[in-house]
Design a protein around this ligand. Sequence first.
Ligand code: SF4
Ligand code: SF4
Length: 331
Amino acid sequence: MSDNMRNNVRDNMGHMNNQLTQEMRDLARELLASGEVKGLFGWTKGSRWYLTPPVFITKPEEADRLCYDEFAVNNLTGLLLDFRDSQDKIAVFVKGCDSRGIVRLVQDNQLKRENIVVIGVPCPGMGDKGAVTDHRQAQELPLLAKCLECRYPNPVLADRTIGAVTVTTEPSAAPSGATAEAAKGRGVGSKEADRFAQVEAIEKMSPDERYAFWQAQNKKCIRCYACRNICPACNCRECIFDSDKKNWVNKAATPTDNAFFGITRAMHVAGRCVECGECERVCPMDIPIMAMNRKLIGDLNELFGPYDAGVKADEKPPLGAFKLDDPEEFM
Ligand code: SF4
Ligand code: SF4
């Protein structure tokens, strides 16, 4: 891409982001001023050009803090857990991948659907801030791996939308709405078919090689629990890794205890992981967490038939329901 073309893409993206940000602020102001919601989760501009972290606002005059751009990467749905015991109605902005987190939380009885106003937004694909080399100047960034592998670029459910995004539960639907062209041009979903490639590569290793591979990852883990905390499927009220009861697991970050943590986390979200990729994105130690999640997703698809968690609210998760013809070779 020539410098001129790159500048045009950036200009168009900037213009589009301004429009979406304006729509976002207008809708937030309306919802808060009318009293329809008590609070709203969105994104705001952070302290650097490549940071657009979450924000929670409760007053119409705070709506101008909202911002939407290619760094509004956080899946906000897990933050709704702060309101799981509240009767307050809360609004939340969701991109396609994020929206599956709402279905997850409602299916897990963590949220009442009627207490949430889901606002669907079109997604241009999120930039990889890990590729930032110049901290003072905007630059063209590659997309995050999770956006290249995205299968649901459009919200699977929404009460309101901005940017003319289409709501659909169709897997692999093309990105829609105001950012559709940008998303396509930047490659959103272009590597969807490769999303099990890492699992297949690991499966080809010998048992010893596989053990060595995962032990090397387990050694890196610092047990910061960022992967667990960001996850809409990791929603137990008390996590065993926070328990002060002795003998569950040591708090020290040793490879053995880290392995126990990693495997337990993955097993707890088996059949429920919505593939938002947030766990891997937030891991400060670059541990390939999605490989573990996708191994389980692939195995469940093989055993129980194709299933995408967090898409259809009335579809029972494979491990959350019993059928007479369920496989049971291990019994
Ligand atoms: S985010 Fe990474 S380092 Fe932190 S607990 Fe999870 S796997 Fe370990
Ligand atoms: S395990 Fe990771 S990819 Fe799956 S729902 Fe949780 S944060 Fe998202």
